[in-house]
Design a binder for this molecule. Structure first.
Ligand SMILES: Nc1ncnc2c1ncn2[C@@H]1O[C@H](COP(=O)(O)OP(=O)(O)O)[C@@H](O)[C@H]1O
Ligand SMILES: CC(=O)OP(=O)(O)O
Ligand SMILES: [Mg+2]
Length: 404
């Protein structure tokens, strides 16, 4: 029997997203999500390609229990992890440091390196590790592949990757800018070139990945030359719950003047800042609803979000020199037309214009939202991290690296 199926696991801090794909034709056999892991009201939603979606709510204590529940759901559709048709399991791993520039078959040394990087990705790498270990226990015979968020950004020049701090201290503690969401930036920059009818080598693209976590990247001819996240996924844009850029002296001030501990400040900046810290909501739908009702707190949060986004568009325009396209992606970028409109408003002199009618269209397809005359294409390009992880995983276990 041919084995062309790949299971992709994207384990987040309190969720697991998964997809089972048949790589002979790229079709999805099942997709699903377990959220609120560790709470009493964990929720599993499983959607097979054939048949109805199933939902289940109840306590799922940890990522190990979540994966076992996923495996049971798959088995009900005859798609269990014991299937001989499964070729490999692909895992999203958020922090791969400087070392991992390519998808990698996981062995003990790879696991040890992912574990060593926990201090710089405390929300993400532990969940990724549990996902890998549980999957290994269920199918010890199968290749398990790690696809790193950081890999696409390893092409950044030193001038973009280094912080201007003492070189010896930085080297000793491996402090540099790694960047994240790389799988999405890679996929979306290639899909944007395709939308323009060009090859990735021919185009310069600014990718704006705006989900709950958010990051921007500058991609020159298919290679990342700068990105907004740094040592950890805290730097850069305003996010759902993370502050993004700020004067690092804010931290000393909070320690000295507010008497806060390191852990308290970590929680403040990662979980209680960004949109939720500014207005109490981190969901852009809710923020726009409040803005439309004249809520000033929500309006200010929106304005701060847009101001930062616009600064990065300008910065990456300057880094690239010539820009062929600006691509919006992820939950906010794909759905929130007011964010897209506001982010490029006033940038006509840079060749950036959004057409109101095109921007209002709702679709799952990659599409242009700039008028034909515009010098720079503005596009909405849905990301598909799971498909990209499956493609890279399958290519690696099959010995070919041809990505489309
Ligand atoms: N229709 C919509 N309008 C505005 N924002 C949306 C819409 N749908 C989703 N979002 C935003 O997308 C976010 C989630 O994006 P997603 O890319 O799934 O993030 P993550 O992978 O980080 O969980 C939500 O927090 C919400 O703010
Ligand atoms: C790296 C990162 O921020 O990921 P996510 O958006 O999934 O939290
Ligand atoms: Mg995401």
């Amino acid at each position: 029997m041919s084995s062309s199926r790949v299971l992709v696991l994207n384990s987040g801090s309190s969720s697991v997203k998964y997809q089972l794909l048949d790589m002979s034709d790229g079709s999805r056999l099942a997709v699903g999500l377990v959220e609120r892991i560790g709470e009493e009201t964990s929720r599993l939603k499983h959607t097979p390609a054939v048949g109805e979606s199933r939902e289940w709510t109840g306590p799922i204590a940890d990522h190990e229990a979540a994966l076992k529940a996923v495996s049971e759901e798959l088995a009900k559709d005859g798609l269990g992890l014991d299937s001989p048709e499964l070729a490999a399991i692909g895992h999203r791993v958020v922090h791969g440091g400087k070392h991992f520039t390519e998808p990698t078959v996981i062995d003990d040394a790879v696991l040890a390196e992912i574990e060593r990087l926990i201090p710089v990705a405390p929300l993400h790498n532990p969940a990724n590790l549990t996902g890998i270990r549980t999957a290994q226990a269920l199918r010890p015979d199968l290749p398990q592949v790690a696809v790193f968020d950081t890999a696409f950004h390893t092409t950044m020049p030193e001038s973009a990757a280094r912080y201007a701090i003492d070189v010896r201290t930085a080297d000793e503690h491996r402090i540099r800018r790694y960047g994240f969401h790389g799988t999405s930036h890679a996929y979306v920059s290639r899909a944007t070139a395709k939308l323009l009818g060009k090859s990735p080598e021919e185009v310069n693209v600014i990718v704006l990945h705006l989900g709950n976590g958010a990051s921007a990247s500058a991609v020159r001819g298919g290679r990342c030359v700068d990105t907004s996240m740094g040592l950890t996924p805290l730097e850069g844009l305003v996010m759902g719950t993370r502050s993004g850029d700020m004067d690092p002296a804010v931290i000393f001030h909070l320690m000295r003047v507010a008497g806060m501990s390191t852990d308290e400040i970590d929680t403040l900046l990662n979980k209680k800042s960004g949109l939720i810290g500014l207005c109490g909501d981190n969901d852009m739908r809710e923020i726009r609803r409040r803005v439309d009702e004249g809520d000033e707190e929500a309006q200010l949060a929106f304005d701060i979000y847009i101001h930062r986004l616009k600064k990065y568009i300008g910065a990456y325009y300057a880094v690239l020199g010539r820009v062929d396209a600006v691509a919006f992606t992820a939950g906010v970028g794909e759905n929130a037309s007011p964010v897209r409109e506001a982010a490029v408003a006033g940038l006509e002199e840079l060749g950036l214009v959004v057409d109101g009618e095109l921007n209002a269209v709702r679709s799952d397809e990659p599409r242009l939202i700039s008028p034909e005359y515009a010098r720079v294409a503005v596009a909405v390009v849905p990301t598909d991290e799971e498909l990209e992880i499956a493609t890279q995983t399958y290519a690696l276990v099959n010995g070919s690296r041809n990505l489309t």
